[in-house]
Structure formats: C-alpha cells, structure tokens
Design a protein around this ligand. Structure first.
Ligand code: MG
Length: 254
C-alpha cells in the first residue's frame, strides 16, 4: 500500500507559518542571550512567554496535553520535554536544550537548539555540532521528488560518523494547524521509503544525539525524557517547507 500523502500547506497557510517561524527564531535569539550560569529555566520560560504574547502569537506548548510551560528546557542528561522550574538553575559546564512553538493566527512553527552554559568540554561541543550537522543534512533532503526516508536516512548517516548515541523513541513530525501532524519523522531508516515530498509539505525535523547510548526513559513527572546512562543529550530542530526549489527553513531569522 502506498504511504499516505503528506498534507500540503496553502500559500496563505505558509505565510502565517513563516510569521510563526520568525517569532520562534526571535525567541531562540532572546533565550540564547540569557543562557548563563545562575539563570533558572523558569526565568527563561517567562521571557519566552512574554515575547511570544507581545508578538501577537500564542505559546503552542502551554496546555498541550496539559504541558505547563512555554518552553521545554532539558539540561544535560535530560533529552526533551523538561519542565522549566525556579530550582533548575544553569551551571557553568552544563548544556541546555530549549524547544519552543508559537501559534500565529492558528498556524504553528516549532524549533529547538542546544547551547553550552559558560565553558563546556570539547566532547560536548562535538556532540552539539554533530547533532546540528545531522539536522542540516536532513533539511538538504527536503526537496520535491525525494521521500520521507531520505530525510530520516540523512540523520542516521551523520550519526554513524560519530561515536554518539541516537535517540530512536522520539522524532519529528509534520506541523501546521496542529503541532503534531502525520507523518512521524524517524531519525533513522525504517526500510520503507514513506510518502513523497512535494512542494508545500512542512516537517519539523528534530534529531537527538547522546554522548552515550541510544536508550532513554520518562521521569516520574511523566514529561522529562532522560538518557538511561545519564550522559548528556543534544537536540536541534527546525520547521522546514518543501518548495519548488531550495528547502525553506521557516524558523531562522530572515
Ligand atoms: Mg517538534
């Protein structure tokens, strides 16, 4: 059976997603400026929420399945979905992953980055760089005529060139009027080529690499995902549209 087609956004929807993506990119810039030792993740969350609302958008994650915050903030061995807290205070040598979604007039963009706090080890810098490299390799595959498996395979291929684990239980997704639309975007080859990419398809691509093994679990708060071996994890994500020519990253500053 052929894979179900990925829904394609209209010109008008893409316009609004572009605006949502700009707001997300601006929040990233704001949060990066404020990541330093002594800052709590709750302080970062407050900055992000105020900025999104001031921009005429809504924080997509807040209230999504009852998630309580604007940002997901995941420190060190936390992979994704960490909840901002007043007592989660950044320290020199940490890494922090920040994920944020903005909804602008009903359309959503979603993106994440991992940043060092103060001075971090060379191996952590390499972990961040490799994860980001895999994201951009995947984005490069976002072209009409390619298949979903090409995007997934690009992440896996970069991962294999490094001694890092690859998180397999979580991945990307299509996005638009809902945060998580079909299809799921694996960060490795599944053996099925999946749907064809066509102009107007939009995917949030989000590789997660671990300093140690692949395996992760969910904490008792039922949100925070952690590595089994408690070694650090990195996460980069962009919302990307397939066009008739080059891939369009909606969540970078234009
Ligand atoms: Mg996402």
């Amino acid at each position: 059976m052929p894979a179900a087609a990925i829904n394609r956004k209209s010109r008008e929807e893409l316009k609004l997603m572009r605006k949502a993506g700009q707001i997300v990119a601006e929040v990233h810039a704001l949060i990066k400026e404020n990541i330093k030792p002594g800052v709590s993740t709750l302080e970062l969350d407050t900055l992000a929420e105020e900025y999104i609302r001031k921009s005429g958008a809504l924080p997509t994650f807040k209230g999504y399945y009852d998630f309580p915050a604007t940002l997901c903030t995941s420190i060190n061995d936390e992979v994704v979905h960490g909840i901002p807290r007043a007592d989660a205070v950044l320290k020199d040598g940490d890494i922090i992953s920040v994920d944020v979604g903005a909804t602008y007039r009903g359309l959503i963009a979603d993106a994440a980055f991992t940043a060092p706090v103060g001075k971090v080890s060379d191996e952590l810098i390499q972990l961040l760089d490799a994860t980001k490299e895999s994201l951009f390799a995947a984005i490069e595959q976002m072209r009409p005529g390619n298949y979903l498996e090409d995007v997934s395979g690009a992440v896996e291929d970069v991962n294999k060139r490094y001694p890092f684990g690859l998180v397999r239980n979580y991945g990307g997704h299509s996005v638009g009027r809902r945060l998580h639309e079909e299809p799921f975007v694996h960060n490795f080859r599944t053996g099925e080529r999946g749907p064809e990419l066509r102009s107007g398809c939009v995917l949030a691509i989000e590789p997660m690499f671990n300093l140690g093994g692949d395996d992760v679990y969910t904490a008792e708060d039922e949100w925070t995902v952690l590595t089994n071996d408690h070694l650090p994890s990195a996460h980069f994500e962009h919302t990307v549209a397939v066009t008739d020519s080059e891939p369009e990253i909606l969540t970078i500053l234009s």
